[in-house]
Design a protein around this ligand. Structure first.
Ligand code: M6R
Length: 360
């Protein structure tokens, strides 16, 4: 069942190249460089989108917001479902709610969906489990086609959610006429290369993760820092680490460090930074210099050609534009996996947690 892997989590991390491919099957025309999500064809492009989700699915939603805003020019509000359900959100009849859930059974996300439907707002469900409650109760369902995810720690589901969100932003941007042709072309070309790039890189990533995790797993706390699209990845890296290794970790937007959290930095409180070569690289670099000035140790995930001078630079290959996130995500997952395994934790069944959270 585990296909020769020690844990389901590791197997599911290594399945991600296939997951990206499956998720795009029938949705991308590689020859004509076009994207279509037939599930959305009958719907108008939303005037405003509210993404409602929990945990890792919420992080995927935060990540997708950037693309939906940049490429499809749709204003997006991303909310934790347990908050959304007890606010009195201002919803216009033309708004659309996008609920994201691997299991399709998360109680708070389902409650958010029901509130929207009671108020006559259209709901799109982005789910992995076919026939789940969220899939059945949504007006429109888009399946992530990632296959069963067994490990409590969600990995390949996030990768598949990010893939669909990318396709949604491209499809809606094209339909609205606000997506530049070269962006569509570059995105489709980049997407076609991703599974192969990731497949090649995963074994190397695993050994790097193993070596860094061994050196740092005695730390009691970690910061995970990122900016822009790497901020939700930083939150996800911190969630994964605490969930399976029980090491305290906080994900922060790196620009926020100076507003308080940097007070915690000392040589025993390491920082895991996402410092990819995107438009915010120089900003992240200067945030990291502030951490170094307080004697903080830094592990930085970076692309070739970086000019960082930190304790550990972990180089991952570059991908076009925002697609670089698809290579950063498995590095974060593997780092947590290796730390938890090294510390002898029950990786697939962490204490106090269930795979689907069907109670409030
Ligand atoms: O099934 P869902 O995507 O609705 O689950 C949401 C969260 O419970 C889930 O992502 C949780 O945070 C994971 N265990 C994180 O690895």
């Amino acid at each position: 069942q585990k296909g020769g892997y020690k844990h389901f989590m590791l197997k599911e991390i290594f399945e991600q190249p296939r997951v990206i491919t499956d998720c795009m099957t029938g949705r991308v025309d590689w020859q004509r460089k076009e994207v279509s999500l037939p599930e959305l064809d009958a719907l108008p492009v939303p005037r405003r989108l509210h993404i409602v989700a929990c945990g890792t699915s919420y992080h995927a939603g935060m990540w997708g917001r950037h693309l939906l805003e940049n490429w499809a020019q749709i204003p997006v509000n991303v909310e934790i479902a347990s908050e959304f359900r007890y606010r009195n959100p201002i919803l216009d009849p033309d708004d659309v709610i996008l609920v994201i859930s691997q299991s399709g059974e998360t109680a708070d996300t389902l409650a958010g969906l029901r509130i929207a439907r009671e108020r006559g707002i259209r709901v799109i469900g982005l789910c992995n489990v076919v026939g789940s409650s969220i899939a059945r109760e949504s007006d429109t369902v888009i399946y992530t086609q990632a296959g069963p995810e067994i490990s409590v720690a969600s990995t390949k589901a996030m990768c598949s959610q990010m893939t669909v969100l990318t396709l949604m932003a491209l499809a809606w941007g094209k339909r609205k006429g606000c997506l530049a042709d070269d962006i569509l072309q570059n995105a489709v070309t980049g997407l076609s290369k991703l599974p192969g790039q990731l497949e090649m890189e995963l074994p190397r990533m695993r050994s790097e993760a193993q070596s860094i995790a061994r050196q740092y797993s005695s730390a009691r706390s970690f910061f995970f820092l990122g900016r822009g699209q790497c901020y939700p990845l930083a939150l996800e890296g911190a969630l994964k680490l605490k969930e399976i290794s029980y090491i305290h970790a906080e994900g922060y937007a790196s620009g926020e460090m100076k507003h308080g959290p940097i007070a915690l930095i000392d040589p025993a409180f390491p920082t895991f930074a996402l410092a990819l070569s995107d438009g915010l690289y120089s900003k992240v670099k200067s945030n990291l210099e502030e951490v170094q000035a307080r004697s903080g140790k830094i592990i930085a995930l970076a692309n070739p050609g970086h000019d960082l001078n930190v304790d550990h630079t972990w180089i991952i290959p570059e991908a076009w534009g925002p697609l670089g996130s698809f290579l950063a995500l498995p590095a974060l997952q593997l780092f947590s996996y290796e730390a938890a395994d090294y510390l002898g934790k029950d990786v697939d069944q962490p204490r106090n947690l269930a795979k689907s959270v069907t109670v409030e």
